[in-house]
Design a binder for this molecule. Structure first.
Ligand code: GLY
Length: 585
């Protein structure tokens, strides 16, 4: 049995609280790693700002700037989050969206926490076996690349609901910048221009999509050229003028339904008119004296984060050390158990009785770690590890305002560029979120995740998600806002950011940019970013862990645009793996 901590949580929390904020700890790590030459050019893109009042960290500098401008204009963190999300739908089309769904966790300066679920729902005509062929086999192309792959979009309803409940700026103000950028265009960043090229094989056959992402003569946009989206600007203008009626009824709804008719999709006018976001009770846990608030089902993210932290709390990760084989072994073993629970117990709580009390209890976590020893356990069904095919699906951003109101926001159209199908005339991409349902029990989805009855397709049901927008706090003195894209790796990325700060004492920048690893029960493999030392991987191998894959340098796990407020100083970091932006004042 690995040694358990013998210090009291209270003492530990105090000591960790001090260690957490020694910048030197993190710096020393990075210098050490640099001395070994392990991190080379891997994480050089994002940026960090240290400010006093307010900040946004997102995957797009234009979106972060727009969010901060909203706060400078008198808006609060929710105005900023809604502004950022609408701009991401324009400037980061692979994941920012109007045609998808997402989750937001909001913490008020008084410490009250709210969550908004605007996850897509299965259309009313969806059936349990809609992605199976006559032989009963799962047809990935249908689940991922067809008009059937789209759930009823929730993003616009969610953003408007958030704004109505908490925003102080007029609706037009939080959509204006997105309209401007879509109508007048923006200089296309090199990474997004490259994405358009790499998706060409997929997009070239879809007229409505080709017209948006390629020039009128069919050639590629070059980096730095002006990229305009007039149809998207018109859709955003309808939302700005009419609110949810600008999307869920009237012209936009008609365009969506016409698109469905063209491609054999299921979303009807009634599905759109009936769509409602849900305000849900946040998941709450305690880790070493810190409050952890995250997203409840239909996300698996919040439950798994708290379950994982509960399993890890009895171990002294700090003393075991950062990226040592013993500390990584404990994290992998905890992940093995948490993802096994995910496959069986989690689904849309409106349709399936999720055993939340048990999954979140410390007693259950202790039972789950009873058989963790010095050697690896197995995941029964050992398979080859899979590298995620669409590493940049989904996007996460974090916001904090001058009063300490915080928003953790993750949004998605599932795979990069969703189904790849732009709604003709409306200028936005539809999601392929239906693949997040368990199409056939035991058959892995795009992320290698499996599920069963709890996450089977049913009309009106929300598909299980891994999105984990999370706020960790200790009063108003310590507020960590984090989350990530990355399908099944979202949860382990978020976990590592939290553990890096609380257990290993890293500052925000180092906690985000430190190399990551991932395990998800099945397939029974562990993936490591290239920055993790081969020596540690060899030690894990010797402990009995199998199928250990070191990813190539360009393959990264997650994009955790995060913010840490501590004792009045705000550090916002856009993940160095990607070309985002952190902005503040
Ligand atoms: N589509 C990724 C997720 O929601 O987990």
């Amino acid at each position: 049995m690995i040694r358990l901590q013998n210090r009291t949580i209270g003492f530990l929390a105090r000591s960790i609280f001090e260690v957490t904020h020694s910048r030197t700890t993190g710096r020393r790590f990075i210098s050490l790693v640099l001395a070994f030459g392990v991190i080379t050019t891997m994480f050089t893109l994002g940026n960090t700002v240290v400010v006093e009042n307010a900040a946004v960290a997102s995957r797009s500098m234009l979106a972060s700037e727009a969010g901060v401008a909203a706060m400078r204009a008198g808006g609060n963190a929710v105005d900023a989050a809604v502004t950022t999300a609408f701009v991401l739908a324009v400037t980061y089309p692979s994941a920012g969206n109007l045609g998808g769904g997402g989750f937001a966790v909001i913490r008020t300066p008084e410490g009250d926490v709210f969550t908004n679920d605007h996850r897509e729902r299965a259309p009313n005509n969806a059936t349990e076996d809609m992605f199976l062929d006559e032989a009963g086999e799962y047809v990935a192309e249908r689940a991922l690349r067809s008009h059937l792959s789209s759930g009823v979009p929730g993003s616009v309803a969610g953003l408007l609901a958030l704004h109505e409940r908490f925003g102080v700026l007029p609706r037009e103000a939080v959509i204006a910048r997105a309209i401007e950028l879509a109508r007048d265009g923006f200089e296309l960043p090199a990474d997004i221009a490259r994405q358009f090229v790499s998706h060409h094989e997929r997009f070239k056959h879809i007229d409505s999509t080709r017209r948006v992402f390629y020039k009128a003569d069919g050639s590629f946009y070059q980096a730095g050229e002006l990229f305009k989206q007039p149809d998207l600007a018109a859709t955003l203008s309808r939302v700005s003028e009419k609110g949810r009626d600008g999307f869920y009824t009237g012209e936009t709804a008609e365009l969506i339904v016409a698109e469905m008719a063209r491609g054999g999709g299921l979303i009807s006018k009634k599905d759109l008119a009936d769509y409602e976001p849900a305000w849900r009770e946040p998941i709450h846990g305690r880790y070493r004296g810190f409050d952890v608030h995250s997203m409840p089902p239909p996300s698996s993210g919040g439950v798994l984060i708290v379950h994982l932290l509960n399993m890890l709390e009895p171990f002294d990760l700090s003393e075991l050390g950062f990226h040592t084989a013993p500390s990584m072994h404990l994290m992998i073993e905890s992940e093995r158990r948490a993802y096994a629970d995910r496959a069986v117990h989690l689904g849309d709580p409106d349709f399936y009785p999720v055993p939340l009390d048990t999954l979140l209890s410390k007693r259950y976590a202790l039972r789950r770690i009873e058989d963790i020893g010095a050697r690896a356990t197995t995941s029964d069904d050992v398979e080859a590890g899979a590298v995620p095919r669409e590493p940049f699906e989904t996007t996460h951003f974090s916001v904090i305002d001058a009063d300490g109101m915080a928003v953790a926001f993750t949004t998605t159209i599932n795979g990069g560029y969703g189904s790849g199908i732009v709604v003709e005339g409306a200028g936005f991409l539809l999601n392929n979120e239906m693949d997040d349902f368990s199409a056939k029990p035991g058959t892995p989805n795009m992320f290698g995740l499996i599920g069963g009855e709890a996450n089977a397709i049913e009309p009106g049901k929300r598909m299980l998600s891994s999105m984990t927008p999370t706020i960790v706090s200790k009063g108003n003195d310590f507020i960590l806002i984090t989350g990530s894209p990355g399908g099944s790796t979202i949860i382990t990325t978020t976990l590592q950011v939290i553990v890096n700060v609380i257990d290993h004492g890293f500052d925000m920048e180092d906690a985000v940019n430190a190399p990551r690893f991932h395990h998800q029960w099945r397939p029974n493999s562990v993936r490591f970013e290239a920055g993790i030392k081969q020596k540690v991987i060899d030690e894990l191998d010797a402990m009995g862990h199998v199928n250990l894959y070191r990813l190539p340098e360009q393959a990264v796990i997650g994009d955790a645009n995060s913010i840490l407020k501590y004792r009045g100083s705000i550090t916002a970091t856009s993940d160095g793996r990607n070309n985002g932006g952190a902005v503040g004042f």
